[in-house]
Design a protein around this ligand. Structure first.
Ligand code: AMP
Ligand code: ZN
Length: 461
């Protein structure tokens, strides 16, 4: 499989690391609210990569962290940032850990709804405080981190010469163009340099979610959490690091500086980022108020896997604009495929050539859109026997994850079934008068038939 590497700016062959497997780390959710479907699009990336590796016969491991402390509303200006979970706990008048556990649970339910396979482990930041403080101690020992006058611990950005390689920024550019330049010494008195970032934030003993350390009471920064967990699970390095495009900077730049410094290696072989999901033309974000959740689909009677199909129809590196019309269209397609597959004979064999073509689309930088086009072509291709189509599409479903063999029990009577078959052949014979007559007969029985380029489909009224 080849995937686009943000740092190298080119497609790179995904290869197992020293451990012998492709070790994948994906930045997980901050569990202070329901994940929106934009987040889910990014998490789907890890699922598609794993399914492709499995189809290719490559072994892999997959870790996704749960951020349940230390992710501030403003991670650049750490002084004014408020911890997202603490803020939500205040709002809901609940214990912050209760908030975190609740939204962690809903995150797993949402993954399941989209058939995103579980990770090998979901380490939590709050359970990894020992790993985090050990790593900070190591960075201080190396000389890459220091304790500021405010008691917080900072990473010295200038100690990492290659800073900015993922997002193609340099420290100088950042100083000129970024918010850093407006941060005055009064706001962040502890830092020695504008681009340094907090590894550990000192806090008052009255604050919730704090821990005692040799440097005083405090809580971890967001960036160090991912370095600590990924080094712990994959001490030999990460093959593939995933996340949404907004994490490129500063999160992944900072993570890379920390991990490379601590391990004295290029710790992550490949950085892969998914583009953002827009909804009605705007980036889906809680702050813009245009978020859509899996529950919203269910309320409208839409199978969440219709959303998965829609994601597959768009390349992960394109900004995709979601609309209710596109979701509805994907839902109709999914229902039609399942219905057809359920009606096709079961004794077919997989067309090996087509199957390989589908895998090749996935292997080619996750060209899922190409794979779906191919499936639409197969659906229409009358030269392929239905039994073979069925076997081939079901084999492809190991990659697609659309539950194509899932079809609600057909509630139609034998008579309706016969009428449907008769109408299909009337259409093939271009006997439009008979086909219209049969359509009316079916309607009288509560079955609405529609005709599309892929043939006749029906729904019970
Ligand atoms: P968060 O829970 O905010 O830390 O985000 C979890 C993941 O979702 C990160 O990898 C983000 O980059 C990603 N993400 C956030 N918003 C979107 C969006 N609109 N479309 C796609 N991915 C997103
Ligand atoms: Zn991360």
């Amino acid at each position: 499989m080849r995937l686009y590497d943000t740092k190298a700016r080119e497609l790179i062959e995904v290869r197992p690391g020293k451990s012998g497997s492709v070790d994948i780390y994906c930045c997980g959710p901050t569990v202070y609210r329901f994940a929106h479907v934009g987040n889910m699009r990014t998490f789907l990336l890890g699922d598609l990569a794993r399914r492709t590796l499995r189809a290719e016969g490559t072994s892999y491991r997959y870790i996704q962290n749960i951020t349940d402390v230390g992710h501030l509303n403003d991670d650049v200006n750490i002084e004014s940032g408020e911890d997202k979970i603490l803020a939500q706990a205040k709002l809901e008048r609940k214990d912050p850990f209760e908030i975190a556990r609740f939204y962690e649970q809903t995150f797993h339910e949402d993954l399941e709804a989209l058939n995103i396979e579980p990770a090998d482990a979901y380490p939590k930041a709050s359970d990894s405080i020992g790993l985090i403080t050990d790593l900070i101690a190591q960075l201080i020992y190396i000389g890459a981190a220091y304790q500021g006058r405010d008691g917080s611990l900072y990473f010295a950005a200038r100690s990492f010469k290659d800073y900015g390689a993922i997002s193609h920024n340099s420290l100088d550019q950042l100083q000129a163009g970024h918010r850093f330049d407006t941060v005055s010494a009064d706001v962040e008195p502890g830092k020695k340099f504008h681009a340094d970032w907090a590894l550990w934030k000192s806090a008052s003993v009255n604050r919730e979610m704090t821990w005692q350390t040799p440097w005083g009471v405090g809580f971890p920064g967001w960036h160090i959490e991912c370095s600590a967990m990924s080094i712990h699970y994959f001490p030999q390095g990460i093959s593939l690091h995933l996340g949404g495009i907004d994490l490129r900077f500063p999160h992944h730049e900072n993570e890379r500086a920390q991990s490379n410094t601590a391990t004295n290696s290029e710790f992550v072989r490949q950085w892969v980022h998914g583009e953002h999901l827009l909804f009605d033309g705007k980036k889906m974000a809680k702050s813009s108020g245009n978020v859509l959740h899996i529950a919203d689909l269910r309320t409208r009677g839409i199978d969440p896997l219709a959303l998965r199909l829609l994601f597959l129809e768009n390349h992960y590196r394109t900004q995709m604009n979601l609309t209710w019309e596109s979701i509805q269209a994907a839902h109709t397609t999914l229902k039609r495929w399942r219905k057809k597959i359920a009606s096709w004979p079961q004794d077919g064999v997989v067309d090996r050539e087509i199957h390989h073509d589908i895998i090749n689309h996935f292997s080619d930088d996750l060209d899922t859109a190409g794979a779906i086009l191919l499936i639409r072509k197969i659906e229409r291709d009358e030269s392929i026997p239905e039994a073979k189509k069925r076997a081939t599409l079901l084999a492809a479903d190991a990659l697609l994850g659309l539950e194509l063999d899932h079809h609600d029990e057909l509630t139609i009577t034998h008579e309706v079934h016969e009428l449907l078959i008769e109408r299909e052949s009337a259409r093939q014979e271009h006997n439009w008068a008979r086909s219209d007559q049969l359509r009316d007969l079916l309607l009288a029985q509560g079955i609405r038939v529609t005709d599309g380029p892929e043939g006749q489909s029906w729904e019970a009224l």
